[in-house]
Write a protein that binds this ligand. Structure first.
Ligand SMILES: Nc1ncnc2c1ncn2[C@@H]1O[C@H](COP(=O)(O)OP(=O)(O)OP(=O)(O)O)[C@@H](O)[C@H]1O
Length: 256
């Protein structure tokens, strides 16, 4: 584990009308580590990663990347700074094969898949994709079928692998293994570990505590829109995590 903080969010407040989803939440992630972001339903996890990936604008607070304050006014700005998000519903094109899904960006798709594909050397793209899948341990039964025809775990592995192609610094993963069986879950987690081993700061939202304990280097706990606890994974017990996620806030936590 490293000690240098790559992404540093301080006192993030996010209000939706009268709902205060984040009430001064802080969060840190380090390069080459998986940081799990956990908390009960409605704790503010998704809102926090939206604020840190340009999908939402915080009402107030400060975000530093590599020690410099940044303003993430859109997902495009975040992406330009090396921040990418993998959603559970996969932002990939089901009608295209895994290689195309690895290299196609969302903006590129918006500008027209066919136009862009016409400009790419398909054989070269496929060769690079096979190399990338091998490096990241993504095993596919076929690289020629539309990704929509693959299993959920394989599709999710491609989505996680794609984050390395697009992100240089931080990847947010919002429940990437939800709805997967045990074997497929383990495969996706192996890809997550390899993404981390590329020196990327991986931020993982998950409700599965054994998974959190097995894959993450650090764990940050949100409760009612505030970070209430931080753990280093190898020293952490399941009971500690559950204890941190539940119960009323103490005065110290209110002030954290
Ligand atoms: N667009 C929105 N408009 C109004 N309220 C919102 C909006 N988005 C989130 N909230 C509220 O903010 C709070 C935090 O929601 P968020 O989705 O961030 O929680 P979460 O920790 O990701 O929950 P879960 O684990 O259930 O996905 C909730 O009370 C939610 O209802």
């Amino acid at each position: 584990m490293t000690d240098s903080v790559l992404l540093d969010a301080r006192n993030i407040v996010k209000r939706y009308g009268s709902v205060e989803a984040l009430r001064g939440a802080s969060f840190q992630a380090r390069a080459g580590e998986v940081t799990a972001l956990i908390g009960d339903n409605g704790a503010g996890k998704s809102t926090l990663i939206k604020c840190l990936s340009g999908a939402e604008q915080p009402t107030s607070g400060q975000i530093l990347l590599d020690g410099e304050e940044v303003r993430l006014d859109s997902p495009t700005t975040a992406r330009r700074l090396g921040i990418e998000t993998v959603y559970q519903d996969l932002a990939v094109a089901p009608e295209l094969d895994p290689a195309a899904n690895l290299f196609l960006g969302r903006e590129i798709r918006r500008r027209g898949i066919l136009g862009r594909l016409g400009m790419l050397d398909k054989a070269e793209m496929r060769r690079k994709a096979v190399e990338e899948f091998k490096r990241l341990g993504v095993t596919l039964q076929s690289t020629d079928v539309p990704i929509g025809a693959l299993s959920g775990g394989q599709r999710q592995s491609v989505a996680v692998a794609r984050s390395v192609v697009w992100a240089s610094k931080v990847v947010f993963m919002d429940e990437p293994t939800a709805a997967l069986g045990v074997v497929q879950r383990e495969r996706v987690l192996d890809v997550v570990r390899r993404v981390r081993d590329q020196g990327i700061a991986v931020v993982l939202i998950s409700h599965n505590m054994p998974e959190v304990l097995s894959v993450s280097d650090r764990i940050e706990v949100l409760r009612l829109g505030v970070r209430v606890a931080r753990f280093q994974s190898p020293d952490t017990r399941l009971e500690d995590l559950v204890g941190a996620m539940t119960g009323a806030l103490t005065q110290d936590e209110e002030a954290a």
